[in-house]
Design a binder for this molecule. Structure first.
Ligand code: FES
Ligand code: FES
Length: 157
């Protein structure tokens, strides 16, 4: 199968790769770029473990072909930490005991970050809607919602 050249801007770094037309973005990020925060769960868009931010939108990377996103900007959880400093959202997850297994957490962070980038002051309902595509088997949603809520504009001051 002929490879396709794609250029991705991943966590603000330019990456040019040759990919098979059928290669999923999940595999490109995890296996080729070693961004292992992007977890592989259900593979059919149901668990949210593979969520990344693609041109500003939280998407399930298991459902995206890399060849489709040539030139796109992608953020993974690795991109949240800047100069060794955690993003306030990451710190809030720690402070609220919202990190339990670590498997669903990166996807949750990506969904929450995409929401806060667009809407810095979401309601509790909007937060719940933003993370409804991310499953947590530990039923730990309460702490997760509180962690996200605590970094909204109203709560920061
Ligand atoms: S692995 Fe992509 S949604 Fe589950
Ligand atoms: S904290 Fe990850 S599945 Fe619940």
């Amino acid at each position: 199968m002929d490879k396709i050249e794609v250029t991705l801007y991943v966590n603000n770094k330019k990456e040019t790769l040759q990919v098979d037309p059928t290669e999923r973005l999940l595999d490109t990020l995890r296996n080729r770029l070693k961004l292992t925060s992007v977890k592989e769960g259900c593979d059919v868009g149901e668990c949210g473990a593979c969520t990344v931010i693609l041109n500003g939108e939280a998407v399930h990377s298991c459902l995206v072909l890399t060849a489709q996103v040539d030139g796109y900007e992608i953020f993974t959880t690795e991109g949240l930490e800047v100069n060794g400093k955690l993003d306030p959202l990451q710190q809030s997850f720690i402070d609220h005991q919202a990190v339990q297994c670590g498997f669903c957490t990166p996807g949750m962070l990506m969904s929450a970050k995409a929401l806060l980038n667009k809407n810095p002051n979401p309601s509790r309902e909007e937060i719940k809607t933003a993370i409804e595509g991310n499953l947590c088997r530990c039923t730990g949603y309460q702490q997760i919602v509180e962690a996200i809520e605590s970094v909204t504009q109203d709560k920061k001051g």
